[in-house]
Design a protein around this ligand. Structure first.
Ligand SMILES: *Cc1c(COP(=O)(O)O)cnc(C)c1O
Length: 814
C-alpha cells in the first residue's frame, strides 16, 4: 500500500502536529517489529492492559517518524509527526475500510463459531491454482486483525478470503465495513453459549450482519439463518437432511481414513471422497464444496482438489533443536504476508543472537519473481538475519541480493548437505510451502529426545497476567515470580514475555537463576529472594538485587559493597511478620536501623514480607496480624531512615483475598501459570502447561494377568493396555499410579494400572479407540494440576516444579 500523510489525515479527519508529506508503505501496531522504519505509520492502540503510546519514544529512536495517537506522550511533542484522533483503533479501521474500497475483485468473508480458520485455509488451498489470493494470516479475525489483513491487499491480488470473529454485539457492523465481502460463508454456528450474546438467535443475527451487502451467503440450512438473509442476497444452503437445500448431502459412508458422500446440486448427483472422518471436518469440507459449486467448478476438479486437503496446524511452534538451537516450525505455508509474521515472531524469540531462515520458493504473490524477491531480500535484511538458506527453483533469484546465503534446488539436496552445514546456538525459522515437505527438515534439526513434552501456552500467561493486573490499582507495581524455571514453565521465555508486558520486577530464588536471565538478555530488575553470601559478588556484577534478611547477611553484603565502592546499590529488606522462614524479626529492627543509618553503599529499594496463610480464609486473623505488624515495622524503618521504598507483602492468593494490602507492589507467582486455589477465580484463568506424551505400545492381556512391577494390577477382564514413555524420573509421582490417577487419550480417561515406573507407565485403554503413536495428555485441561494435587495430597506448585528438565518445553502462541 502507499498512502501519503495528508491523505491519511483526511481519511481520519485527524488533527496533525508536525509537517510531513511522507509516503507511507506500511502500517504497524507492533512496536517490536524490525520492519518498522521511516515509511511506517504506527498506530498507538490502547488495550485494556497495554497502551502502545508507551512505546513511541523507543520507536522514534528506531527511526519511525509518523504516529497516529490519541494523545502525545510527555516530552515527545515536536520529535515526530503526530496525527491525533479520538480513538486509534477506530482510525485503523477507517484506513482499512477506505483501502478496501479501492479494490473491486471478489472477497470471500467467513464467520461462524467454529471452523473459520480451517475453511479459510482450505479455500486458499483449493482456489490457489486459479487465483492470486490474499487471505487473513493465521487467525487475524478481530477488530485489530481484520484491518491489518485487509491492508495487506495489493494490486496483484484477484481474490480475497478474510475471516471475522466477534465476541459481542455491534462488532460485526465494523468488520463488515472493512471486509465488505461479496461471497459470504457462515461456518458451524455451534450451540455453545457465548458470553457476549443474549441467545443463539441474537448471535446468528449479529453474525449475519457481515453479509448485508453480499451477493450470496453459503450456510447450513437453518430457519434462524434464513430469516436474517436480506432480499438482495442469494441464499446458498447445504443440508444433510433437507432435500430442498441448494446442496443436499445424502449418503455418508466411511472407512478409517475417508468419508464418501453423495451430493445433489442442480439436480445432478455426484460422489465425493473426503480425506477426513470426523463430523467437524466433514462440515468444513462441505462449506468449501459449496463455494466451489457456486464458482462453477465441475465435479471432477472438485474431487481432485478436495482429496488433497490436509489437517491444518496453525501455530508457529518453537521446538528445541540440535546443538542448542531453537527451531520455529512453520513448515506449512509460504507466502509473503505470512513470512512477515513469521519474521516478527522470530524477532520476539530472543534466545540466540544468531538467526537463520530456511525458506522455500514463495507462491501466489502475483508479482514477478524479480519484484517479489527484491521485497523478500529487503525483509531479510531489515530483520538482521545472519544466514539465509533458500530451497527451490525461483528463490535462487535471491543469490545476488543477500550476503551469507545458500541455495539448494530441493529439500533432498539440502538434507544431503545438512551434515556439512553447521547449526549451533541459533534460532532457525523453517518456513516452506507444503509441497516442499519441510517437516523433514524440522525433524532432522529437532533435538532427539523422547516424545514427552510440556507445551506452554504463552498467550495464556499473558491472559493470566492481565487478569491479576486488572485487580490492582493502576499505580500498584507488579513483581512476577519466575523462580524454579518459572514454576517449571521456562524461566527465560516467561521472563521475556513479561518484559514485553512491562512488568516492574522479576523475582527468583537464587543468584544463578537471575544470572542466567540477565545473560540471556533480560533487562528487568531482578530481586533474588535467597542470596547466599558466596554469591554476593556475582549479584553485584550482574546487577541483581539481593533480598537481605539478617544482620549477618547485611554486614557481609555491606563489606563487599564498600570494598567495591558502590553507591546506592539496591537491596530489599525482608521482614519476618509470622511466616518464620526468612526475615528481620521485630526485635532486630533497631539493629537494622543503626546499621543502615548514614550508609551510602546501599539503598533500600523495597521492604517486603510474606504471608503464611493468604490462601486460607480460616486464618484471616493471622493475615491481618501479619499485615499490621508489617505496617508497623516498615513504617518505623521508613521514618527513622527517612526513606520511601516500595512496600509489598501479597502473593497470588493475597492479591485476591486481601486487596487492601497491595501497598506499592505485589508478587505474582502461581496465578501467572494458571492456577488459583479459589475455584471461582480458577474459571477466569487459562491453562498454561500441558504435559503430553504418546502411546509407545498397545497390547491385550487376559483376565488374571498382571501389569508392571510387583504385579500390583491384576486384570479382572480381558484388557487393552497402553504404555506411555513418562515416569517418576520425569516428575510423575509414584502415588499417582495404582488406579489413583489417569491420563487423557482421545478425550477419554485412561486410568493408570500398577505402579508408575522410572520412565514409563501403563494405562487401561480397553474402552478407547486408540493406536500406537496417539497423543496422551498427562495433565492440562484434564486432569488439571489442581485435581492431581488434591488426589496426591500436595499442592499444584509441587506438581509443576517437579516436571524434570529432561522433559522438553515447547512454547507457542495462538
Ligand atoms: C514464591 C513466592 C511468591 C509467589 O507466591 P505465589 O503463591 O506463587 O503467588 C511471593 N513471594 C515470595 C517471597 C515467594 O517466595
Amino acid at each position: 500500500m502507499t498512502l501519503s500523510i495528508p491523505k491519511i489525515e483526511k481519511i481520519l479527519q485527524a488533527k496533525r502536529l508536525g509537517d510531513s508529506n511522507a509516503i507511507i508503505e506500511t502500517i504497524s501496531i507492533d512496536s517490536r517489529s524490525l520492519q518498522n522504519n521511516d515509511k511506517t505509520i504506527f498506530f498507538a492502540l490502547i488495550g485494556v492492559n497495554n497502551d502502545a503510546h508507551l512505546y513511541i519514544q523507543d520507536l522514534i529512536e528506531k527511526g519511525v517518524r509518523n504516529f497516529v495517537v490519541a494523545y502525545i506522550p510527555e516530552n515527545l511533542q515536536g520529535k515526530a509527526n503526530f496525527l491525533i484522533v479520538e480513538n486509534t483503533l477506530t482510525a485503523l479501521q477507517q484506513i482499512a475500510s477506505h483501502y478496501r474500497s479501492l479494490f473491486t475483485f471478489p472477497i470471500i468473508g467467513l464467520t461462524g463459531s467454529n471452523g473459520k480458520t480451517i475453511v479459510k485455509e482450505w479455500l486458499n488451498f483449493l482456489l490457489s491454482p486459479d487465483f492470486n489470493i490474499i487471505r487473513s494470516p493465521k487467525s487475524y479475525n478481530s477488530q485489530v486483525g481484520v484491518p491489518l489483513s485487509v491492508l495487506a491487499i495489493n494490486e496483484q491480488h484477484n481474490l480475497g478470503i478474510f475471516e471475522a470473529g466477534i465476541s459481542t454485539t455491534s462488532e460485526m457492523e465494523k468488520l463488515e465495513k472493512i471486509i465488505h465481502p461479496t461471497i459470504g460463508i457462515l461456518t458451524s454456528i455451534g450451540s455453545a453459549h457465548d458470553e457476549g450474546f443474549e441467545n443463539l438467535e441474537s448471535k446468528i443475527k449479529e453474525k449475519m450482519l457481515l453479509f448485508q451487502h453480499s451477493e450470496v451467503v453459503i450456510y447450513q440450512k437453518n430457519n434462524s439463518v434464513e430469516q436474517s438473509i436480506l432480499p438482495e442476497t442469494n441464499p446458498f444452503s447445504w443440508s444433510f437432511t433437507d432435500e430442498t437445500a441448494t446442496v443436499f448431502v445424502s449418503k455418508k459412508e466411511h472407512t478409517h481414513e475417508h468419508t464418501t458422500i453423495e451430493y445433489t446440486y442442480n439436480r445432478t448427483v455426484s460422489t465425493l471422497q473426503i480425506p477426513f472422518v470426523d463430523d467437524a471436518s466433514l462440515e468444513n469440507v462441505i462449506s468449501c464444496l459449496s463455494v466451489l459449486l457456486y464458482l462453477e467448478y465441475d465435479a471432477k476438479t472438485i474431487q481432485n482438489r478436495i482429496e488433497l486437503l490436509y489437517p491444518i496446524e496453525m501455530r508457529l511452534k518453537v521446538k528445541n533443536g540440535i546443538n542448542n538451537c531453537s527451531l520455529i516450525d512453520d513448515s506449512y505455508s509460504s507466502d509473503f504476508q505470512s513470512l512477515k509474521i513469521a519474521l516478527d515472531f522470530l524477532e520476539n524469540q530472543k534466545q540466540h543472537q544468531k538467526k537463520t531462515v530456511i525458506l522455500s520458493d514463495i507462491f501466489q504473490s502475483g508479482l514477478s519473481n524479480e519484484a517479489l524477491y527484491s521485497k523478500v531480500a529487503e525483509l531479510i535484511i531489515s530483520n538482521k538475519i545472519s544466514r539465509f538458506i533458500g530451497i527451490g527453483e525461483t528463490i535462487s533469484t535471491l543469490k545476488t541480493k543477500l550476503p551469507n546465503a545458500f541455495f539448494y534446488k530441493d529439500t533432498n539436496e539440502f538434507l544431503e548437505q545438512l551434515e556439512s552445514l553447521s547449526f549451533e546456538n541459533e534460532t532457525i525459522l523453517v518456513k516452506g510451502a507444503r509441497s516442499f515437505q519441510f517437516e523433514e527438515i524440522v525433524s532432522a534439526l529437532a533435538e532427539k529426545t523422547h516424545e514427552t513434552m510440556l507445551e506452554i501456552n504463552l498467550n495464556a500467561i499473558s491472559h493470566n497476567f492481565n487478569f491479576f493486573k486488572s485487580k490492582l490499582k493502576p499505580s500498584t507495581k507488579m513483581m512476577a515470580m519466575v523462580k524454579a524455571f518459572g514454576y517449571g514453565s521456562g524461566g527465560f521465555e516467561v521472563a521475556k514475555l513479561l518484559e514485553h508486558h512491562k512488568v516492574d520486577y522479576l523475582g527468583v530464588a537464587f543468584a544463578d537463576e537471575g544470572i542466567s536471565l540477565k545473560t540471556a538478555g533480560i533487562n528487568l530488575p531482578i530481586m533474588v529472594l535467597n542470596p547466599e553470601s558466596t554469591s554476593f559478588s556475582a549479584i553485584i556484577q550482574h546487577q541483581l538485587e539481593p533480598e537481605i534478611y539478617s544482620i549477618k547477611g547485611l554486614n557481609a553484603f555491606l563489606k563487599i559493597a564498600e570494598q567495591k565502592k558502590l553507591k546506592d546499590f539496591p537491596i530489599h529488606i525482608k521482614l519476618d511478620t509470622g511466616m518464620h522462614r526468612l526475615g528481620f524479626e521485630a526485635n532486630t529492627i533497631d539493629d537494622l536501623i543503626t546499621t543502615l543509618k548514614g550508609n551510602q553503599a546501599v539503598k533500600v529499594k523495597s521492604i517486603l514480607s510474606h504471608l503464611a496463610t493468604s490462601d486460607d480464609l480460616n486464618h484471616k486473623d493471622f493475615v491481618q496480624y501479619q499485615i499490621a505488624l508489617f505496617e508497623k515495622l516498615s513504617s518505623q524503618l521508613m521514618n527513622e531512615l527517612q526513606i520511601t521504598p516500595i512496600r509489598h507483602i501479597l502473593n497470588t492468593s493475597g492479591i485476591s483475598n486481601f486487596p487492601q494490602a497491595q501497598y506499592d507492589m505485589v508478587r505474582l507467582g502461581i496465578g501467572l501459570y494458571g492456577v488459583s486455589n479459589d475455584p471461582e477465580e480458577q474459571k477466569y484463568l487459562e491453562n498454561v502447561g500441558t504435559l503430553k506424551s504418546i502411546i509407545s505400545q498397545i497390547r491385550t492381556i487376559q483376565k488374571d494377568e498382571s501389569v508392571g512391577y510387583g504385579r500390583r494390577f491384576i486384570a479382572g477382564r480381558e484388557s487393552k493396555i497402553a504404555t506411555i514413555p513418562i515416569g517418576y524420573a520425569d516428575g510423575i509421582a509414584r502415588s499417582w499410579g495404582n488406579g489413583v490417577g489417569f491420563v487423557t487419550i482421545k478425550n477419554k480417561k485412561a486410568s493408570i494400572l500398577g505402579s508408575v515406573c522410572m520412565d514409563m507407565l501403563m494405562v487401561d485403554v480397553t474402552e478407547i479407540d486408540c493406536r500406537e503413536g496417539d497423543a496422551v495428555i498427562i495433565f492440562g485441561e484434564s486432569p488439571t494440576v489442581t485435581y492431581m494435587a488434591e488426589q496426591l495430597k500436595t499442592i499444584p506448585y509441587e506438581i509443576l516444579t517437579s516436571i524434570s528438565q529432561r522433559v522438553k518445553r515447547v512454547f507457542y502462541r495462538e
